[in-house]
Design a protein around this ligand. Sequence first.
Ligand code: HEM
Length: 259
Amino acid sequence: MLSNSLEDPSKRLDDKEVLHQMGTIILGGHETIAITSSWLLYELSRHPEHLERVLKEIEEVKKHKADGESFTWSDCDSMAFSNACIKASDDRHYSWEALRLYPVIVNKFRYADRNDIIPLSDPIISASGERLTKIPGRKWQRIGVNVSHYHRLQSVWGPDADTWNLERFINDSLKKETTLGIFANLLSFSNGLRACIGWRFALMEMQTILTEIVSAFEFSIDPKLDIFITAQGAAAPLVRGKEEEGIQMPLKVRPRQNS
Ligand code: HEM
């Protein structure tokens, strides 16, 4: 709002436009991180051995810090295992599981600006039994891309594509031949002109959340609970049998001793 008020009056957004932009930023920049971070903490609660490794990395960085001194961006970047839970690591054997398994924006839609043919990397069988290796598209046809399906393709991510595995070996041929999305061969932040403008900020925010929260609190989840993903635009969590309670991630949280 401040920078808008400092703009040349002929270029300023009016109040209505500012409000609309705030809606976009709050929804696009807040809910996305909140939901992805919930899934991240959920998986770490189910994998205490991974939580332990994240904590060890945090402790390691803290050893070289004065009391109360904050973590820098490069401190966060040096935590390879923790980063693998969320984002890229230099170690190619690590993957980016929270963003891959739980892409918060599941579907993307675009309109074709011309008649075209979409080639398929894996052939599919049509309703009439025909084997298709490409799909024709008409000008102005609405094309839907399901991010989640791509993120769980076994041909790309391996036979255990449906599970949380921080040390999966990502198909090397994909890395060499395809660069998909703006980050880490994932479609979480989309691609092209309308890709997410906040993706770097999102990664920094999730690193900060992970570092701060994991050092201060212990997490667990009742293993009897069946948590599943809603298929309504945002990939948010619901508890089976308690769907009417709405989106929730019922983690048990308590202050970490000697934190
Ligand atoms: C985990 C976090 C995030 C995810 C998964 C995410 C995902 C996405 C995706 C998939 C799109 C494109 C939608 C499409 O192709 O139609 C998008 C657009 C956008 N994102 Fe994000 N986002 C995240 C965080 C953020 C943050 C932190 C901000 C702002 C600070 C932000 C601001 C935006 C805006 C303004 C757009 C619209 C860009 C445009 O249409 O030109 N996002 N985001």
